[in-house]
Design a protein around this ligand. Structure first.
Ligand code: ADP
Ligand code: MG
Length: 704
């Protein structure tokens, strides 16, 4: 595409400096190209006009349009809480329209007694229809408007942005943008290529994605744009794979020596499960093959991934190499360090830890030890990828709980060596292999599909906030039995003041409702100093606290076998895999364990499905599958949260499996005939590849 598209969005009529600033801050839209790639996330049929009586919760529509007459207006509240209501009705019912912002502006435009066309997101309170910040248009004007196919795109926006721009404002900007750019769009795919795969020209695709001429053309547009994204990704993955397979530069671990054998025969506190044995064998095969291993290990929470990682690291040690293990949080790194140090007692393998919170002595010990080779296993957080960390001969890298890592952090691991170490990535969020590759790059996949024996399934229940007293009764009972309890509050971003408030309020209410001195409560959240967090965790671990009130910082890996109850507050605000991870914190000892999901009464359909699924199954694989389906359908932030290596705007590797497979084949074929994409007819493909070739992809093999 030409550079024209890289112009700032502020030059589009209707935008200007102020809105451009807002678009950048709220949606990350800076250039015209960005805006053009801000595709509608759904379409509504603007030819359909509902009657109020037809609009109910069971209609399950995200947006609806209806015509009604204004019967009255009203104001309530003051200052920032001020709201403006417009009451409307037709012969079938009545509804309330509500504004919190732009009240003056809307007030001037509303006339009691007149009829309007009203468009917005319906919500229901006791069965009554209401709409916050709907789009309201004089009926005569609305009916005279011409819409090409009746399908109008709905763009994702934020609260701030919709206050300043609105659905219609946004739509107008897209129209103006299209007028500017429509003749400046180059197609990266040649006619021949397009014909072969049945793709419409890019220009047609972009036009129809924003302004569908027909449902059929919209489908073709979506197909084309998804195809481009997945092809761009596949070109990178397949190129990486062939580079990796062409170089036999993987470290060799032929020996099974003292460290492995002593640990396995004398220290391992339990027999390995069949699945664990199989995975150790797979890793062993990889590390004698001559190729560099790049393996994803999937295994449900509690399936015993840590010991597999440890055995693999001992293989490296037995062959004269160092190994490191990177965990996503301080707490988890410390816990791994404690577990592994304990398990290796008497084995004679030096283990060190390095995290952002390491004090001078610990840090020096770790840094010197790995540089002079005396430390064989280094455990830590992303502090491990700092420049100062220089291994004497790193041969094996374990990355635990992959999904929590930023993409860039992953990619930097391999620069630690001249020759790439073997990489084992572990995750409790299982995903299909094709999807794993799209998310994380070129990987082989191992699965632990068997839990250690004698685990009692965790019992999960969902309660509304109104049942809180019963919850407290149950908590008391468990504490009296000597058990410990987690209470977790949501935390979307660690910096969000609101979440912090939720937590402190929750903490206070728990202290209030548990006034007896024998209930000891510890608290742990992201805003605390690392040493205070540590202290709280220590108290809980050592049984000096009965209840740990925490944010989702404890999500991964924490191991306190005496904790039998996991209470998740505002459970509707968590994703499914997060809920499952949290639940995995209990059920680690011999006692029956419980997971209690607390939520408000008002639940979206997806939230309800998530909570129901949690109550129905403990199977992480099933939940992961459902999670991907739900997210694909609803959550527009899905890709962001999944930590995908690529910024996909429209393709969803879970739902678009078929396109994924076609593009994979197309990439293999194309690269087979032209590995560097150097031929003139492949110039566009080379560019497409570059769009998705960030150093961000987990490419551990591209060391020259
Ligand atoms: P995860 O896969 O979630 O990281 P862990 O490695 O933390 O799971 O293991 C969970 C618990 O199960 C630990 O307490 C561990 O010691 C125990 N465990 C692991 N493997 C086995 C096994 N084969 N038999 C019995 N217990 C095991
Ligand atoms: Mg783990």
């Amino acid at each position: 595409m030409g550079n024209y598209l890289d112009n700032n969005i502020k030059f589009v009529p209707g935008v200007g400096e102020a809105r451009a600033g807002l678009l950048a801050r709220e949606l990350g839209i800076v250039t015209m190209r960005d805006m053009l790639a801000h595709y509608p996330f759904r379409y509504i049929d603007r030819t359909k006009i509902y009657r109020i009586g037809e609009i109910s919760e069971s209609l399950n529509a995200a947006y609806v349009q209806f015509r009604a007459r204004v019967t009255g207006i009203g104001f309530a509240g003051t200052g920032r809480k001020r709201r403006f209501s417009v009451y409307v009705s037709d012969s079938t019912g009545s509804a309330e329209l509500i504004w919190f912002q732009g009240i003056k502006w809307i007030e001037k435009r509303i006339e009691v007694g007149r009829e309007y066309l009203i468009f917005g997101r319906p919500s229901f309170f006791r069965g009554e229809l209401s709409m916050v910040h709907p789009e309201v248009e004089n009926i005569e004007k609305a009916l005279s408007r011409h819409v090409e196919s009746g399908l109008q795109g709905i763009y994702s926006t934020t609260e701030k942005l919709s206050g300043a721009l609105g659905t219609k404002g946004f739509y107008n900007i897209i129209c103006n943008l299209w007028a500017l750019v429509k003749d400046r769009i180059d197609d990266p795919l040649s006619d021949a290529f397009r014909q072969k795969y049945g793709l419409i020209p890019l220009r047609e695709a972009l036009r129809n994605i924003h302004f569908p001429q027909s449902p059929e053309l919209l489908k073709q547009a979506q197909y084309r744009l998804k195809f481009d994204e997945l092809l761009g990704v596949q070109l990178n993955i397949q190129a990486q794979r062939s580079t990796r397979m062409s170089r036999r530069n993987g470290f060799l671990f032929p020996r099974v020596g003292d460290a492995f054998n002593t640990f396995y025969n004398e220290k391992l506190p339990f027999p390995l499960t069949g699945a664990q044995k199989r995975v150790v064998k797979e890793i062993r095969n990889d590390t004698v093959s001559g190729w560099q291993m790049n393996r994803l290990l999937q295994g449900d929470v509690g399936s015993g991934k840590t010991v597999v990682a440890l055995l693999s690291m001992l293989l490296a040690v037995d062959n004269g190499f160092q190994a490191c293990m990177m965990a996503p949080t301080e707490i988890l790194a410390r816990q791994h360090f404690a577990t592994i140090t304990r398990m290796l007692e008497g084995v004679g393998v030096e283990v060190a830890i390095l995290t952002g919170a390491s004090k001078a002595r610990e840090r020096r010990h770790a840094l010197e030890g790995i540089a002079d080779g005396s430390v064989k296993i280094l455990i830590g957080t992303h502090a491990l990828i700092e420049e100062k960390v220089v291994f004497s001969n790193l041969g094996f890298v374990v990355i635990d709980e992959q999904h929590r890592f930023g993409v860039e952090q992953r990619a930097r691991m391999w620069t630690k060596n001249l020759q790439p170490p073997h990489i084992l990535v572990m995750t409790a969020t299982p995903i299909p292999r094709t999807l794993a590759m799209t998310l994380y790059g070129d990987l082989d996949v191992s699965v632990i599909d068997e839990l250690p024996p004698n685990r009692r399934p965790i019992m999960t229940a969902h309660y509304f906030d109104s049942a809180r007293l019963r919850l407290f009764g149950f908590m008391r009972e468990q504490i009296h039995k000597g058990r410990q309890i987690y209470v977790v509050y949501p935390l979307i971003k660690e910096s969000e003041a609101m979440d912090y408030k939720d937590l402190t309020d929750g903490f206070e209410s728990i202290s209030r409702d548990f006034p007896l001195p024998e209930y000891r409560v510890a608290v742990c959240h992201g805003k605390m100093k690392p040493e205070d967090k540590e202290e709280s965790m220590r108290q809980f671990k050592e049984g000096q606290a009965d209840i740990l009130v925490a944010t989702s910082v404890i999500e991964v890996g924490v191991d306190v076998p005496n904790a039998t109850v996991m209470v998740i507050e505002s459970a509707e605000r968590f994703g499914l895999s997060q809920l499952h991870q949290l639940r995995g914190r209990v059920g680690r000892g011999g006692e029956q364990s419980y997971c209690i999901l607390m939520s408000g009464e008002k639940l979206s359909k997806e939230a309800r499905q998530r909570l129901d699924a949690m109550c129905q199954t403990n199977d992480g694989f099933k939940l992961a599958e459902l999670d991907l389906k739900l997210r694909g359908a609803g959550d527009i932030n899905g890709t962001q949260q999944s930590g995908m290596a690529f910024d996909l705007k429209i393709a969803n590797p879970t739902l678009d499996v078929q396109i994924l497979q076609i593009t994979q084949q197309a990439a293999i074929e194309t690269l087979g005939g032209d590995p560097q994409l150097a031929k003139p007819e492949n110039a566009g493909l080379r560019e497409l590849k570059m769009v998705y070739n960030t150093d961000k992809t987990m490419d551990f093999s591209m060391i020259s």
